[in-house]
Design a protein around this ligand. Sequence first.
Ligand code: GDP
Length: 139
Amino acid sequence: MERTLAIIKPDAVAAQHVGAILQRIEGAGFEIRAMRLVRLSRADAEGFYAVHRERPFFGSLTAFMSSGPAVALALEAPEAIRKWRELMGATDPAKADAGTIRRDFGGSIEHNATHGSDAPETAAFELAYFFAGVELAGT
Ligand code: GDP
């Protein structure tokens, strides 16, 4: 079993797509191990995306991620990291495969509905960023 951090981003929460996205998560066989509605401060978003701080879109991305409530989830499944990224689709919704979450709910390369960890090390960092050990223990 593997765990990954998923975020339903502020664009998808504002558009009331939380229910539809959770349905896809459960339909794909993930176990939801933790879930919380979060409102990131700008500093929270900057800390979360620290690896991207040199990218030209860092300011815009962190402003977007702190623009409204988001939903953070700990998802568990065999190969959860790869499987969740597959279900989300490519970063740019216009290039994402038909039937993927980003293709169906994303509006732009930045406002792309969901986030997913990209490797075991980032998943460990990102899960700990949102969930205390006690929330994940014993589940
Ligand atoms: P991901 O792993 O598919 O989320 O993609 P990245 O790690 O490369 O980028 C992190 C997030 O930054 C993406 O999910 C987008 O919200 C945003 N992003 C990525 N590339 C671009 C870009 O070229 N322009 C803008 N404005 N945002 C981007």
